[in-house]
Design a protein around this ligand. Structure first.
Ligand SMILES: Cc1ncc(COP(=O)(O)O)c(C=O)c1O
Length: 388
């Protein structure tokens, strides 16, 4: 038993856990990114009730700010309580009905997650292939539509596992709409950092997470659906399999009624509001430019170190830079060295790219020149220690 507790006569089973002192990391991995101090400050403001009139106003503001950030006028734009996987499952689990067919990509880790979620929703899954590290080719998507006539098509706009940005979004949505299908876009690693225009590009439903280019802790995750997609959700023959993520029920809370469904994560909504306010202050297009420029400097610096990017410029993803591990270098040792010596987080490759790449994030508040200089200096040091 802890002496500290014993002196005070505290229950001997009470765990004596010390004060919270997390290390002071610089987060340049695949997310979370460094949280902006203003967001942290917003999180330390007092709670109000989730139905308090002042909170209802905050909900309206968050919805308006989300529409701005998604570049959409969709009425149905909300933060889903939970991490990015919650907004992802809300999109897939509501739009895919039992017996529907969903076309999903195989070119990265998160297409695999789409598949699992669509299957759990009772859907049939068919796949459109591309190697890990490459985007989908519209020709293959068209072939997938002709062969399988899917009801829903999902793609990952910013594949965090490979550092690939899906170009030609409008081309893909045109194909899907010509076949009367719905398009779901995974924008977890692009929203607020990489150009995404939900309305102009014809995306029917898009979801994201707050912990990437929005630099906000995870917990309330952006989701938007257009009226056509929401009509499908509201016309379902059987309810969505998840009660918690059933959008027809969530409509009661986020729609006009503002009635209780579940207790919203109030502090996370405050945080998201502040993070989105920062987006609006900077300007969404300016923010996309900043990410491109700062990550562009990172790319130049990496090339100066003799390192090679995994994705060609054509579909390079500024928010997640996949860098090839040079021959003879131990990728995990470099990651450990950066964390131990520099308090700097970067990540290894996943799946087909495990051991082949490092993943260096450049997202939101982490997308700053001083972070780029720091990561380049630290990498140079860690590589030199390995005789590179
Ligand atoms: C592209 C993509 N989709 C979905 C997710 C799932 O989000 P979360 O881990 O917040 O649940 C992630 C998380 O990294 C992601 O990168």
């Amino acid at each position: 038993m802890s002496e500290r507790y014993a002196e005070r006569g505290v229950d001997e089973k009470a765990p004596d856990v010390g004060e919270l002192t997390p290390p002071d990391r610089t987060l340049m991995g695949p997310g979370p990114s460094d949280v902006h101090p203003r967001v942290l400050k917003a999180m330390s403001t007092p709670l109000v009730g989730h139905l308090d009139p002042s909170f209802v106003e905050i909900m309206d503001e968050v919805q308006e700010l989300l529409r701005y950030t998604f570049r959409t006028d969709n009425q149905w734009t909300i933060p889903v309580s939970g991490t990015g996987s919650a907004s992802m499952e809300a999109a897939i689990g509501n739009l895919v009905e039992p017996g529907d067919t969903m076309l999903v990509p195989t070119n990265g880790y998160f297409g695999g997650r789409m598949k699992s979620m669509a299957e759990r929703a009772g859907g049939e899954v068919v796949e459109v292939d591309a190697p890990w590290g490459e985007p989908l080719d519209p020709v293959d998507v068209e072939r997938g539509f002709n062969e399988h006539q899917p009801d829903v098509f999902g793609f990952v706009h910013a594949e965090t596992s490979t550092g690939v940005r899906q170009p030609n979004v409008s081309e893909l949505t045109d194909i899907a709409h010509a076949h009367d299908a719905f398009v779901i876009a995974d924008c977890v690693t692009s929203l607020g950092g990489v150009e995404m225009r939900v309305d102009e590009w014809g995306v029917d439903a898009a979801y994201s997470g707050p912990q990437k280019c929005l630099s906000c802790p995870p917990g309330a995750s952006p989701l938007t659906l257009n009226d056509r997609a929401m009509d499908k959700v509201l016309d379902r023959e059987e309810p969505a399999r998840s009660w918690y993520l059933d959008l027809s029920l969530l409509e009661g809370y986020w729609g006009d009624e503002r009635a209780y469904h579940h207790t919203a994560p109030i502090t996370n909504v405050y945080a998201l509001r502040e993070a989105l306010r920062l987006v609006a202050e900077e300007g969404i297009e300016e923010r996309w430019t900043r990410h491109r420029e700062v990550a562009g400097d990172l790319k130049v610096g990496l090339r100066d170190l003799g390192l090679e990017m995994n994705a060609p410029d054509e579909y390079w993803l500024p928010s997640l830079n996949a860098v090839r591990v040079p021959d003879g270098v131990d990728d995990a040792a470099v990651i450990d060295r950066l964390l131990d010596e520099y308090d700097l987080e970067i990540a290894s490759g996943l799946g087909d790219l495990e051991g082949d790449i490092w993943r260096i994030g450049c997202m939101g508040h982490s997308a700053r020149p001083k972070n780029v200089e720091y990561v380049l200096a630290a990498l140079e040091g860690a590589l030199a220690e390995q005789g590179y």
